[in-house]
Design a protein around this ligand. Structure first.
Ligand code: DGL
Length: 279
């Protein structure tokens, strides 16, 4: 009988839990294994080589746990590490396994949600610097103009549980104003960091009512559902007991408390020492 394994879902910290929520809602039959590298988060300001190294370590760990498929539920890791892992590491490590990101599936549909042809991207400095959204959108919607704004303090505010506090208002308004100043025609704002859905209430508060806000969870879940229909050879390798297990490289008690905000229901995590990721 063929060995099956869970779908690995990775993020630098808590943000990927917003994607995992949508995956579990849309595809509840599968087993999931989540890893948040909280001890080394945030990734957003780190160099290409550090993000690549940390992400590759996590991918290897998922493979060791028997995951045939890993989703990088983190825009920063998708922007900086995914291509190299897919092209250079996967053929050597596990050619039949797959690692997928969140940027391409988002770019594939984003153009359908704008009427003016101007979209705004809010993301970490790493994602913005990589120009990944500009490059991917040029493939799928070359007529759409992409405006980007890095929000360097948003992830730290969220990771520290300050996203609902008054300190967050200042930075949300500042970065939104900077994005909208690039073009008054922008009618669609993508929260291109999986942490940002927690700031959505504040973002909406400071955004003119006619602008739309797009989050990634349901987009990624829809894209995965289609992928698994197109790839029965992968689908048959996935465990289908409906289990969800959580690991964090930092303190599990704190992960469970804060993680529940992102996941929308109870989280019970186990600790994985960062050293265990270093092969
Ligand atoms: N959640 C990650 C993303 O989607 C960013 C977190 C970080 O900066 O570590 O980009």
């Amino acid at each position: 009988m063929m060995r099956t394994g869970p779908i690995g879902v990775f993020d630098s910290g808590y943000g990927g839990l917003t994607v995992l929520r949508s995956l579990v809602d849309r595809l509840p039959q599968y087993d999931y294994l989540y890893l948040g590298d909280n001890a080394r988060a945030p990734y957003g300001h780190r160099s290409f080589s550090t993000i690549y190294e940390y992400t590759l370590q996590a991918v290897k760990w998922f493979f060791d746990q028997g995951c045939p498929l890993v989703i990088l539920a983190c825009n920063t890791a998708s922007a900086k590490a995914l291509r190299t892992i897919q092209q250079e590491d996967l053929p050597r490590l596990a050619p039949d396994n797959r690692v997928l990101g969140v940027i391409r599936p988002t770019a594939e549909v984003m153009g359908h949600h704008t009427d003016t042809g101007h979209v705004g991207i809010l993301a970490t400095p790493g994602t913005v610097q990589s120009d990944s959204y500009v490059l991917e959108m040029a493939k799928f919607f070359p007529e759409v103009k992409v405006h980007q704004q890095a929000c360097p303090l948003w992830v730290p505010l969220i990771e520290q549980g300050e996203h609902a506090g008054p300190g967050a208002d200042y930075f949300v308004k500042k970065d939104l104003d900077a994005l909208l100043a690039q073009s008054a025609d922008t009618d669609l704002i993508l929260l291109a960091c999986t942490h940002y859905p927690l700031l959505e209430p504040k973002i909406r508060q400071y955004l003119p009512a006619d602008k739309k806000v797009l989050t990634q969870g349901t987009i990624v879940a829809g894209s995965l559902a289609e992928y698994l229909v197109r790839h029965p050879e992968m689908e048959s390798r996935l465990g289908k007991s409906g289990t969800v297990r959580f690991y964090t490289t930092d303190d599990p008690a704190s992960f469970d408390r804060k993680g529940a905000l992102f996941f929308g229901s109870t989280v019970r995590s186990e600790q994985l020492a960062s050293e265990a990721l270093i092969h």
